[in-house]
Structures are given as C-alpha cells and as structure tokens.
Design a protein around this ligand. Structure first.
Ligand code: HEM
Ligand code: HEM
Length: 179
C-alpha cells in the first residue's frame, strides 16, 4: 500500500532515489576512469563490476519508473510556472537518461564481450560485431556525460532550495515527517 503523503515521497521512493543516486554516481566516476586503465586483470575486474552494477541499475530504474507511474507523489513545490515546468521536464529527462545510459551499455555489450552479473557471465546476445559495439558504446559515453551534466543541475537546484530559499525541500525526499 502506498504511504505517500502530499508532503513527502514514500519510503520506497526515498530508498530508490538514494540507492540509485549512490550507484549511478559510482558508475559515472568508475566509467570515467576505467577506459584509461592499463590492460591488467584489475582493469577486467573493474569493467566487470561496472557492467554488473550497471545491470542492477537498469533493473532498479525499470522498477522505479513503474513505481513513479503507479503512485501518488507530492505536488510540485510552489514556484513560477516556468520553474515548475523546468523542474518537471528535468525530472522526466533524468528518468529517460537513467534508463537509456545502462540500456545502451547493455546493447553495446550484447554485440561484444557480453555482460556480467558478478560471477555470472552472459555471452553476447547477437553475432559479435566489434565495430558496431564500439559505435554504440560511443553513445553510452555521450549519454552518460549528458546525464552527469543534468545531475549537476539537479544538485545545484537542490542547493538553491536548501541554502537560498531555505524551504527544506530535502525533507520531501528524506525519511521522517515533513513539516
Ligand atoms: C544520480 C543521482 C540522482 C538522480 C538520478 C536523481 C533523480 C531524481 C529524480 C528523478 C527526482 C524526481 C522524483 C520524482 O518526482 O519522481 C529527484 C528528486 C529529488 N532529488 Fe534527486 N537525484 C539524484 C541525486 C540527488 C542528490 C545528490 C540530491 C541532493 C543532494 C538530490 C535531491 C533531490 C531532491 C531534494 C528531490 C525532491 C524534489 C522535489 O520534491 O520536487 N538528488 N531526484
Ligand atoms: C547508469 C548506469 C551506467 C552509467 C552511469 C555508466 C557510465 C559510464 C561512463 C561515464 C563511461 C565512460 C565513457 C567514456 O569515457 O567514453 C562508461 C564506460 C563503459 N560502460 Fe558504462 N555506465 C552505466 C552502465 C553500463 C552497463 C549496463 C554496461 C554494460 C553491461 C556498461 C558498460 C560500459 C563499458 C564496457 C564501458 C567502457 C567503454 C570503453 O572502454 O570505451 N555501462 N560507462
């Protein structure tokens, strides 16, 4: 049963938001550094870990979108019509990207080395085509960096609410009772 109140997101949404935030930020940081690593077994392990957590993120995001579409959420925070619209579309754009980024990673890996869930390995789903895999992986990088830019704006918006407007917006997406 949903326990969403008009004032804050429910515990499922809060857990998903912060769990995914940690995973996605971790994947962005690891993804940024790993292509430059020397070709050692450690690099393989890091790629494997990136793909495994990426797969978990993909599944969690599907669940999160399902949750979002089927739940009652707090009304938008008051603001000018433009601010409300910007926040609304920025959130939709974030949802789209957190689905597309791992989706494109999976697609690229489906034409190359396959993908891993820790010790379990799936062979490539399609006939191996390294050139195509490389081209698709390029889009994985591009979309991941667009996501990083959008998340920077998301955190800047949070900081503006928290430290300039001082409206305690964070309470809407944190455990406890909203005031
Ligand atoms: C990978 C990192 C993150 C992602 C993907 C993400 C995504 C989202 C999304 C999609 C929403 C809209 C929820 C909805 O209405 O469905 C949201 C809300 C929110 N996020 Fe994040 N977020 C991330 C990190 C952060 C961080 C680091 C902060 C603050 C330090 C933050 C603060 C908030 C706040 C305050 C809200 C509530 C906004 C409101 O009530 O209108 N988020 N986040
Ligand atoms: C939200 C989830 C994910 C994020 C945020 C993310 C982020 C990134 C980033 C920032 C890069 C560096 C791109 C570059 O510099 O060109 C990268 C590379 C990579 N990602 Fe992901 N990734 C995610 C999920 C996945 C998944 C699900 C897979 C595959 C199953 C995957 C496979 C790879 C591979 C193989 C590379 C290395 C590409 C290369 O060597 O050029 N990623 N990722």
């Amino acid at each position: 049963m949903s326990n969403a109140s008009p004032q804050r997101y429910n515990n499922t949404a809060i857990l998903l938001h912060w769990g995914l935030a940690i995973l996605i930020i971790g994947l962005l940081v690891i993804g940024y550094f790993m292509p430059d690593l020397p070709k050692t077994p450690l690099r393989k392990l890091i790629y494997n870990t990136h793909k495994s957590f990426g797969l978990i993120v993909f599944a969690l995001v599907l669940f999160r979108i399902y949750w979002r579409l089927s739940s009652v959420v707090p009304a938008h925070v008051p603001g000018s019509p433009l601010q409300v619209k910007l926040a609304h579309y920025a959130h939709i754009f974030i949802y789209a990207l957190i689905l597309v980024v791992p989706g494109v990673g999976l697609l690229a890996s489906s034409f190359n080395h396959g993908f891993n869930l820790f010790v379990f390995h799936w062979e490539p789903l399609f006939p191996v085509d390294k050139e195509l895999a490389h081209a698709i992986m390029g889009w994985h990088g591009v979309t991941a960096y667009v996501l990083a830019g959008l998340l920077a704006l998301h955190v800047a918006a949070f900081a503006w609410h928290q430290f300039v407007k001082r409206d305690g917006l964070i309470r809407r997406i944190w455990f406890g009772v909203a005031q």
